[in-house]
Design a protein around this ligand. Structure first.
Ligand SMILES: Nc1ncnc2c1ncn2[C@@H]1O[C@H](COP(=O)(O)OP(=O)(O)OP(=O)(O)O)[C@@H](O)[C@H]1O
Ligand SMILES: [Mg+2]
Length: 274
């Protein structure tokens, strides 16, 4: 099969509690190697959609990954679930829910060992990942005693250790200092160049054109408000206002020929561009 969609969602809806929809009628195909950014206000359903894609919750409607239906029943088959989890990695919004081992090295070896890799090989792989994310010096530390940004790097290294085809990242640059944010964007660009499908939820509009070539906006009605390239979406001030992604003080400009978009906030002179 060539150019198969990695994910196909058809009329997907999800409610954590009856009557409180988190996603409503989402129909969406995501192709192999695509870099997709999910934008939308707090509570619109970005994390929920990512959990659906990661096979962690099972909505109404149809979800297929790699051409196969992803359902609670399908995932009860241990071999099917293991094969799926090997291909789809999810970095949670909050790294604390993801880390549980006694040392950083153990944390990163956990996935490879669970997939049946020999301990020596798993250790090598983990060391490679520690070097890739630049935290080799933290190998023996307790993950729960690390800073927020360090924990995020551990969570990313742990997910990358099993070399998934698809990376789902929930607000990966949140809480990171500027240098670490830059590192994250560059690491994601390298992973994209290696052919990974990368699905990122973010509130950082200024990173979107670097993170993705496709943007999906989810609105407060928990449904898709727009689906397009970053330049088109980010220049659509009405759309961004309606979806509560910017407020009246923000101005959006296009810079250069590469579709790079800058968001500016005007405190005192809302009519003038800076
Ligand atoms: N575990 C849960 N139990 C009950 N309701 C939940 C749960 N997780 C999320 N929700 C609700 O589902 C809706 C969508 O939440 P979700 O976390 O997907 O939003 P989000 O777009 O990721 O928001 P944010 O930008 O704040 O991360 C919200 O109304 C939220 O309150
Ligand atoms: Mg979220």
């Amino acid at each position: 099969m060539t150019n198969a969609a990695v994910f196909e969602l058809n009329d997907v809806s999800y409610a954590y509690r009856p009557g409180a929809d988190a996603l409503r009628g989402i129909t969406l195909a995501i192709g192999a190697g695509e870099r997709l950014a999910l934008l939308g206000p707090n509570g619109c359903g970005k994390s929920t959609l990512q959990k659906v894609l990661a096979g962690l919750i099972f909505p109404a409607g149809r979800v297929a990954a790699f051409g196969q239906a992803i359902t609670a029943a399908a995932m009860r088959d241990g071999r099917f679930a293991a094969a799926f989890r090997r291909r789809v990695g999810f970095v949670f919004q909050n790294a604390d829910v993801q880390i549980f081992c006694a040392s950083v090295l153990d944390e990163i070896m956990f996935g490879p060992l669970a997939l049946g890799m020999a301990p020596d090989e798993a250790r090598c792989r983990a060391e490679e990942m520690l070097a890739f994310v630049g935290i080799a010096a933290l190998a023996d530390r307790m993950p729960h005693h690390l800073s927020g940004g360090e924990k995020k790097k551990v969570a990313i290294a742990a997910v990358l250790a099993v070399n998934p085809d698809v990376l789902i990242l929930d607000e990966p640059t949140n809480g990171l200092d500027p240098r670490t944010q830059r590192w994250m964007l560059e690491a994601l660009a390298q992973l994209a160049a290696a052919g990974k499908t990368i699905i990122t939820a973010t509130h950082h509009l200024d990173t979107v054109s670097e993170l993705a070539e496709r943007v999906i906006v989810i609105n407060e009605a928990h449904t898709i408000a727009a689906d397009g390239c970053p330049a088109n979406i980010l220049q659509n001030r009405e759309l961004l206002l309606a979806a509560n992604l910017i407020d009246e003080r923000y101005h959006v400009h296009l810079h250069g020929d590469d579709g790079h978009v800058h968001i500016h906030r005007h405190e005192h002179a809302p009519g003038r561009q800076t």
